[in-house]
Design a protein around this ligand. Structure first.
Ligand code: 4NP
Length: 169
């Protein structure tokens, strides 16, 4: 009886969005998947990522992002795809990395309900509160990739805590 009721429970779906979907958002997806597993919530929370551009569609995450992630124990292996309008229906939270991503996604929303799903990832920061976006590491060096991981680990943990509280998990 209990099991069948639980089986019908609606999942909470999170979509991480950046420009290329090869650096920041696949890293956010991988980090969040690992945190969700740490809390044993993998049957309740689902994660995915997308890019506002389709420039790298089908590609694996950037080699630099993957190797910086591996050093912290993460595997970033989700192929890039472009953000689409149906994502507004398929996801509960759309988490963007910077203001440009916010504007690009916002312009595709067709209702207040859809607009309300869009959040800056840094809204959930707990320690790195002086950063108002996750900076694009693509044209920079190793320190940029490390900063992205630091900021995302912090904000993903903050997001998980907000969700746990909101849904009494
Ligand atoms: P991302 O980084 O948005 O974090 O995936 C970028 C990846 C590719 C490009 C720019 C940013 N690009 O210009 O191709």
């Amino acid at each position: 009886m209990m099991a069948s009721t639980e089986g019908k429970k609606k999942k909470i779906r999170l979509l991480f969005v950046c420009l290329g979907n090869i650096c920041r958002s696949p890293a956010a997806e991988g980090i969040m998947a690992s945190i969700v597993e740490k809390y044993g919530l993998q049957d309740i929370i689902e994660v995915d990522s997308a890019g506002t551009s389709g420039w790298h569609e089908g590609e694996l995450p950037d080699e630099r992002m993957r190797s910086h992630g591996e050093r912290r124990g993460y595997t970033f292996d989700s192929p890039a795809r472009k953000f689409r309008k149906s994502d507004f229906d398929d996801f509960d939270y759309i988490l963007v990395m910077d203001r440009q991503n916010f504007a690009n996604v916002r312009v595709m929303a067709t209702s207040q309900e859809q607009t309300d799903k869009i959040h800056m990832m840094t809204e959930f920061s707990r320690q790195y509160t002086h950063h108002d976006h996750i900076p694009d590491p693509y044209y920079g060096g190793a320190s940029g990739f490390e900063l992205v991981l630091d900021l995302l680990e912090d904000a993903c943990e903050g997001l998980l805590q907000v969700i746990k509280k909101k849904y009494s998990l």
